[in-house]
Ligand binder design. Structure first.
Ligand code: BGC
Length: 490
């Protein structure tokens, strides 16, 4: 890709010097201001619940599908609709959330997410037919989309600088824990096929999120943006007792002045910001079209076609090989993202993902479906290879394209367009997730298992080449330094 930028990418990016943060225009807060106070723990709980619900609502459908299919005798198309329309709701929710977070504030936007999670869970659990069920999926999806934009924004604005990275990473970790818990609950309830309980269970943490968000502090940065300095001072004193809020408020004021007014949508798409926007959107698309949610959503069915005949064997494989491994491997990213850098993790992860997907495709060539009426014989050697290759894929995704994509999306945009630009990238991410989950079974039907997984592998290769040449390393640079890079555009 041709570019007039002087940003080192490709081999040169490795030699990008790690510079120190430039001096701030106002005094730094004392170190006590960096400690985690009880109110910040409340903020962390909000973030964990938001991410956890996001993951739970994504993961739960994998095990609930058996029972839903039996209750409503769904066609393949309706199975895809019930599965994937949560992502369509998330797309709409994400687009609305940027605007909402600016208008009614971060905390109230999280409250809206909590209400949507609870309402969506109840509607799904009580659904008398497929139409109401799909409406419930859309509502809960909207909750996921609103939370996906509002919670990291809320965390980033309230956490002290020294722990901000961990607060935002905790969000991705919570997503994986939510998916894992969903699989566990699916497993416990699989015998009774209680899909209504599986889907309705999200109402409890949804209500808890709502309750915690009611008492959680408001974002002083948002209050300042609204011109409410004394309210902002009161919140800061509450969050960090004993610390003079004035220097922090002055710093926010200076930053807000430098950022200028909130950008229009035209500004978000201005050619000056085209490069970061392309990077954000490109990463969002590649995160999805390399196949993660085809596996997260349809894991049980993939294991079923790989010879895991009983439902409990499928649920076990999904819970531990996909859900458990996803949580553990995300910890690798949290440990290494600031040490090794974003590019190394992305490039290494994509190689592992591609190899794993090629292996899954090859294994499927050797899987012979049991003859009609024959007793299930358990997974063959090819079935075990599929399982191991999927574990490899999940590990590689979880330390690279999962958390790193969200980190980069949240750090490349300048402050005045960040809210809207992140909302655009998030919506594109959900749009891509929607296409993949909507058409995965159709693709398998049309092209077969092997070609479908090889297609995902090919997208990993495209992603690798594009990241190698177009995505700069941002490790160790302040947000201001990253923004300077885009100024080189004529
Ligand atoms: C992705 C989700 C995915 C999850 C899996 C997230 O980063 O955005 O689509 O389901 O990772 O852990």
């Amino acid at each position: 890709m041709k570019s007039a930028l002087t940003i080192p990418t490709g081999p040169d990016a490795r030699s990008l010097p790690s510079r120190k943060e430039p001096a701030r225009p106002v005094a730094q807060p004392p170190s006590s201001a960096q400690s985690v106070t009880p109110w910040l723990v409340v903020v962390l709980v909000v973030v964990l619940f938001s991410g956890g619900l996001f993951g739970y609502d994504q993961g739960v459908i994998s095990g609930a599908l058996h029972g839903i299919k039996a209750t409503f005798s769904l066609s393949a198309l309706l199975v895809e609709v019930v599965t994937s329309w949560v992502t369509l709701g998330a797309l709409l929710g994400a687009l609305a959330a940027g605007e909402l977070a600016d208008r009614i504030g971060r905390k109230r936007t999280v409250l809206v997410a909590g209400a949507l999670f609870t309402l969506g869970a109840v509607v799904q659990a009580l659904a008398p037919d497929t139409v109401v069920l799909v409406a419930g999926r859309l509502i809960i999806g909207a909750g996921v989309g609103v939370a996906a934009v509002a919670a990291p924004l809320y965390a980033a604005e309230l956490a002290p600088a020294a722990v901000r990275g961990r607060f935002v990473s905790a969000y991705q970790l919570a997503i994986t824990i939510g998916i894992f818990l969903a699989y566990l609950i699916d497993g416990w309830l699989s015998k009774s096929d209680a899909w209504r309980v599986m889907l309705g269970a999200a109402a409890v943490p949804g209500l808890l999120l709502f309750a915690v968000a009611v008492v959680a502090p408001r974002s002083p940065r948002w209050l300042m943006k609204m011109g409410r300095r004394s309210d902002a001072a009161a919140e800061l004193t509450k969050i960090r007792p004993g610390v003079d809020p004035k220097p922090r408020l002055d710093a926010i004021e200076t930053a807000l002045r430098q950022e200028g007014d909130r950008a229009s949508w035209a500004e978000v798409f201005h050619r000056q910001w085209r490069r970061p926007l392309m990077i954000g959107i490109g990463l969002a698309v590649f995160q999805q079209i390399t196949g993660i949610n085809a596996i997260i959503y349809y894991a049980d069915q993939i294991f079923a076609s790989a010879g895991f005949a009983s439902q409990s064997a499928q649920t076990m494989a999904t819970t531990w090989a996909v859900g458990g491994v996803n949580v553990l491997a995300t910890l690798i990213a949290i440990a290494f993202i600031d040490r090794l850098g974003r590019r190394k993790l992305l490039l290494a992860g994509l190689i592992g993902m591609a190899i794993s997907l090629v292996a899954v495709g090859i294994a499927f060539r050797f899987i012979v479906p049991p003859a009609a009426g024959a007793a299930p014989a358990g997974p063959s050697a090819a079935g075990i290879v599929t399982l191991l290759a999927l574990v490899g894929f999940i590990i590689c995704f979880a330390f690279s394209m999962g958390p790193v994509v969200w980190t980069v999306i949240n750090e490349i945009f300048p402050g005045h367009i960040r809210g809207r630009a992140v909302a655009v990238a998030t919506a594109v991410n959900w749009g891509s997730a929607f296409l993949v989950s909507q058409f995965f079974l159709t693709l398998i039907g049309a092209m077969g298992n092997s070609l479908t997984f090889w297609m995902f592998a090919l997208f990993c290769v495209f992603a690798w080449i594009w990241i190698y040449f177009c995505v700069p390393e941002t490790k160790g640079q302040s947000l201001e330094q990253i923004q300077q890079l885009w100024k080189a555009v004529p």
